[in-house]
Design a protein around this ligand. Structure first.
Ligand SMILES: C[S@@+](CC[C@H](N)C(=O)[O-])C[C@H]1O[C@@H](n2cnc3c(N)ncnc32)[C@H](O)[C@@H]1O
Length: 218
C-alpha cells in the first residue's frame, strides 16, 4: 500500500489515487516517520501529495511570513518551513499541548526549529493577536470553524498573499446535501460559497486528496 489509509480521498477511484501516490519521490527520514506515526495514530495530516502543492505555492510565491491554523504534529509546518527557506518564519498553532510537544521534537530533528514559532491555543484568536500581515495562511482547523477561519484570515493576509485551505471537498460530502446535525459539512459548504462569492479573493478548488482551495487576495 503506497497511499496510507488516512490519505484516502473517498471520492477518487482507488487505483487512480494509488497511482498518484506511487509517483511521489521518497521523503526524508523525519517526514516518513511522521507519516507512519500519523497513520498509526490516525492523525489527519495533509500527506505528501498536498504537502508538495503547499511547498510549490510557498516557494513560487516566495512566501516568508506564514501562519498555519491547525498544525497537529507539525507535518505541514515542516514542509512550509522548508519552502520558506532560512529567512522564513512559520507560525505553528494547535489547541493540543501534547501535539505541540511532539511537533517541537520533529522540528528540531528536521533542522527547522529556528524558523518556527509554536503557539498553543485557539488558532483564530492567535492569528488575530499576532502582529502584522502574512504572505501565506494555511487553514486546517475544525471544519465547522471554516467560515470563521476565513473571516479571521482575510484581514491578516497581505494583498497578493495566498490563503490555502485543506479538506474543502470533505470526502465528497461537500457536494451533497447535509443534515442540520452535520456541522463539519455545513461549515465546509458555507466556506466554499463564501470564498467564491468574495470580491477580495480569487479561489481555485483543486480536487487533490480531500480537496484543497487556494485563494489569492486581490
Ligand atoms: C487536520 S489536523 C492538522 C494537520 C496538519 N495541518 C498537517 O497536515 O500536518 C487539525 C488540527 O487542528 C487542531 N485544531 C482544530 N481546530 C483548532 C482551533 N480552532 N485552534 C487550534 N487548533 C485547532 C486540532 O487539534 C488538530 O490537531
Amino acid at each position: 500500500m503506497i497511499r496510507a489509509a488516512n490519505l484516502r480521498s473517498e471520492y477518487m477511484q482507488d487505483d487512480v489515487e494509488e497511482y498518484l501516490y506511487r509517483l511521489l519521490p521518497a521523503r526524508d527520514a523525519v517526514i516518513e516517520e511522521m507519516e507512519r506515526y500519523a497513520e498509526e495514530h490516525r492523525v489527519p495530516i495533509i500527506g505528501p501529495a498536498v504537502a508538495r502543492l503547499l511547498s510549490l505555492l510557498a516557494e513560487t510565491s516566495r512566501a516568508k511570513r506564514i501562519f498555519e491554523m491547525g498544525s497537529a504534529i507539525g507535518y505541514s509546518t515542516i514542509w512550509l518551513a522548508r519552502a520558506a527557506g532560512p529567512k522564513g518564519k512559520v507560525h505553528y498553532t494547535d489547541g493540543d499541548p501534547e501535539n505541540a510537544r511532539r511537533a517541537r521534537e520533529y522540528f528540531r530533528r528536521a533542522g527547522v526549529a529556528k524558523r518556527i514559532n509554536v503557539q498553543v491555543g485557539d488558532a483564530l484568536e492567535l492569528l488575530k493577536k499576532t502582529p502584522g500581515k502574512f504572505d501565506l495562511i494555511f487553514n486546517d482547523v475544525n471544519k465547522n470553524q471554516y467560515p470563521d477561519a476565513l473571516r479571521a484570515a482575510l484581514p491578516k493576509l497581505k494583498r497578493g498573499g495566498l490563503f490555502i485551505t485543506d479538506n474543502t471537498l470533505w470526502s465528497g460530502k461537500a457536494a451533497r446535501p447535509a443534515g442540520p446535525e452535520d456541522a463539519a459539512t455545513l461549515g465546509v459548504q458555507e466556506f466554499n460559497r463564501l470564498v467564491y462569492a468574495s470580491k477580495e479573493l480569487y479561489p481555485v478548488l483543486i480536487p487533490l486528496r480531500d480537496g484543497v482551495t487556494v485563494c489569492r487576495k486581490r
